[in-house]
Design a protein. Structure first.
Length: 234
């Protein structure tokens, strides 16, 4: 199964500085793409159709993708591991603070079935919209990850979570000690698309978009409305 995981800030002319909590970036930091460019990406790069909308959701912060995926798995509508196509200005793999240590040590030290305690991680201020994909990988929910970057994205992939073939392999001394219980952590095929105009992939089961208000000015909010005809919101 495969999910399309969109962030509204992808559809900007460049990344905006992170705004303080409760605020939005200055509209002068970046311009949203024209409606025609956004629709072209939905239809011709992702194969979305107004005639056959897909189940999905639009939410504020990107970490809520974890809740959406977990709820669909509980319903039996989504089976892990599944493929994720992540369309974003940021990798959301914990490049910045607090970094990868908590996931690589504390999460990987737990039995696999005990790892997805999303509410506890939020309460402990360990999980947020900048690292949720790393958590999903540690939960072993993802079988393949494609990262479609904004053309002006900065390099923000933690290189120490990659193996010699640039696929994702989460590992730590603690995870090695737990191999008798958990087995080895899986190698996750990982692709990075630097030029979205060369990207074309279809066949999604679900599609979501995060508004990411601290990363996108209010002028970009219309992009959420452009997605709605392609989604049956659940």
């Amino acid at each position: 199964m495969k999910v399309l995981d969109l962030d509204m800030d992808f559809f900007l002319t460049g990344p905006c500085p992170l705004a303080p909590k409760g605020q939005r970036p200055d509209p002068a930091c970046a311009m949203p793409y024209a409606d025609e460019e956004v629709i072209d990406f939905f239809e011709n790069r992702c194969g979305l159709s107004r005639e056959h909308p897909l189940p999905g959701a639009i939410f504020d912060t990107h970490d809520k993708a974890l809740d959406f995926w977990r709820d669909r798995m509980r319903e039996g509508a989504l089976r892990a591991p599944f493929e994720v196509v992540h369309v974003d200005t940021h990798s959301d793999l914990a490049f910045g603070p607090p970094g990868t240590d908590f996931v690589l040590k504390a999460v990987l030290s737990r039995q696999v079935q005990m790892r997805p305690t999303i509410e506890n991680y939020r309460a402990g201020i360990k999980l947020d919209e900048a690292n949720y994909l790393l958590f999903a990988l540690a939960f072993r929910w993802i079988s393949r990850l494609v990262y479609v970057r904004n053309p002006h994205s900065r390099q923000d992939i933690p290189t120490h979570i990659l193996d010699w073939d640039d696929n994702i392999l989460l590992r730590s001394d603690v995870s090695a000690l737990m191999e008798g219980v958990n087995g080895r952590e899986p190698v996750i095929p990982f692709e990075v698309v630097d030029d979205y105009k060369t990207f074309c992939e279809t066949g999604y089961d679900f599609v979501t978009m995060a508004q990411s208000p601290r990363y996108a000015p209010r002028t970009a909010d219309r992009i959420m409305d452009l997605l709605r005809p392609y989604v049956i919101e659940i």
